[in-house]
Design a protein around this ligand. Structure first.
Ligand SMILES: Cc1cc2nc3c(=O)[nH]c(=O)nc-3n(C[C@H](O)[C@H](O)[C@H](O)COP(=O)(O)OP(=O)(O)OC[C@H]3O[C@@H](n4cnc5c(N)ncnc54)[C@H](O)[C@@H]3O)c2cc1C
Length: 401
């Protein structure tokens, strides 16, 4: 139930997404998970419905919708099939910068293909080494500037959704110039721009249809593939990245909650009582319902504030992501308890959502890093503070102990 006041346009996108979720995604969700099958047919349905260009300007062949519509659609898809919703979210996240700030050549040749879904896109950002996710801010592997572009030598991305299947990659790296801090660089590369290998098959605990394998890239990226060079910064994309992560995990929670609710309505305990009449169970479900509505209200209101140009600070998007990824773990864990041994034996669908929910805690910006960002915004350092981050062992007290 969406209590947030929606425009006719938003309501109509939501209904379109719900209908695809019910008719195309839900019937195959268990098979996608069981066989770790990439959901090609499901993505085709999203493409045909015009959802690939949801946030791209109408001038560039998209639908020109706001972040709230993106959140509504993504939640609806994730309720039915979290793997499909995450691939879809990665496509929109990865094309946000190029569609906001394209060069004339990208506006003509690249963005319309991304908006129509002729090209599927994804993010090649995360690297291993405790970076806390693609968007957590740690410097990425370096490229080397050469005539006409950049040379890529053995850059390994630890997780790339739709690895090897995507037609374009939002490729995050950095450029080091002598005596300067590494400068973040981003590109919208085409699949055949670089040589790449898929280094391991994807066999995730959850989100099993995503093909989120590690990839290694080598070769040359032409300057024309650069995005963000005109001034649009990575920082400006963060609300879209975080808001859509929140929507995926809100959907995981909501989908599991609905199934649990139905299960309880239809189940009778061994002592003859309908499960839904047991007060402790009513209390558990009421608590989950409050948590769900609370998280959804937070997410939808920050998205609406963003769409209205009120420029909500990044902190509230971190809060929405934290609320929704935690919510998904709480709801799915309670479903595993209330579903009893039957859920544990995988005869109920809760365990699939339970496994999918775990990804929310580690991805995009890992849950812990999101919390650290909220904390830092609460206690900002004074602007003129020249201290470096304190490392353990760096002061006398540490050395004594
Ligand atoms: C299903 C799935 C799909 C994905 N798809 C993509 C994709 O398409 N593109 C992409 O770029 N990435 C993708 N990722 C990667 C994802 O965004 C994260 O980078 C990744 O999950 C983090 O894993 P890691 O092992 O590198 O964690 P690490 O960075 O090693 O972090 C592990 C834990 O260490 C702690 N930690 C790490 N750094 C800090 C710190 N600075 N301060 C305090 N604590 C810290 C946190 O508790 C964190 O959870 C995907 C991941 C998953 C699971």
């Amino acid at each position: 139930m969406a209590y947030f006041p929606l425009s006719n346009e938003q309501q109509s996108w939501l209904e379109r997404a719900e209908s695809i979720a019910t008719e195309v995604l839900a019937p195959h969700a268990a098979q996608v998970d069981r066989e770790a099958a990439f959901p090609t047919q499901q993505l085709d349905a999203l493409r045909e419905a015009g959802l690939f260009g949801l946030r791209v300007d109408k001038d560039h062949g998209g639908q020109g919708e706001g972040l709230l519509t993106f959140a509504l659609v993504t939640e609806a898809l994730a309720r039915a099939c979290p793997s499909t919703a995450l691939i879809y979210k990665m496509h929109l996240e990865s094309i946000e910068l190029v569609s906001r700030d394209p060069t004339p050549e990208q506006a003509e040749r690249v963005v319309p293909r991304l908006a129509s879904g002729e090209w599927l896109s994804t993010v090649a950002g995360s690297e291993s080494g405790h970076q806390g996710g693609a968007w957590a801010g740690a410097p990425k592997a370096q490229v080397h500037q050469v005539k006409g572009g950049y040379e890529v030598r053995n850059i390994r991305k630890a997780f790339v959704t739709a690895a090897g299947i995507a037609d374009t990659y939002f490729f995050m790296c950095s450029l080091e110039k002598e005596g300067e801090k590494p400068q973040p660089l981003t590109f919208q590369i085409q699949s055949d721009d670089l040589d790449w290998t898929i280094d391991e098959p994807w066999d995730g605990l959850g989100m099993r249809g995503n093909q989120s394998s590690p990839m290694t890239f080598n070769g040359f990226i032409p300057e024309a593939r650069r995005v963000g060079a005109n001034g649009a910064g990575l920082f400006g994309v963060l609300p879209v990245v975080l808001g859509s992560y929140a929507a995926v995990y809100l959907g995981v929670a909501g989908g599991c909650y609905d199934l649990l609710h139905n299960h309880i309505k239809e189940t009778t305990l061994a002592d003859g009582r309908p499960m839904g009449e047991v007060e402790t169970i009513q209390r558990s479900m009421a608590t989950l319902s409050v948590e769900l509505e609370r998280s959804r209200a937070l997410l939808q209101s920050v998205c609406a504030a963003f769409d209205a140009g009120r420029e909500p600070p990044p902190r509230v998007f971190f809060e929405a992501k934290v609320a929704c990824d935690e919510l998904a773990t709480v709801v799915t864990s309670e479903a595993m308890t209330l579903g009893g041994g039957t859920a544990f034996a995988k005869r109920l669908p809760f365990e699939r959502y339970f496994r999918d929910a775990r990804a929310g805690m580690v991805m995009g910006i890992a849950h812990d890093i999101a919390l650290i960002n909220i904390g830092k915004a609460m206690f900002p350092r004074p602007k003129n503070d020249k201290r470096k981050d304190r490392k353990p062992g760096s002061d006398k007290q540490d050395r004594k102990s």
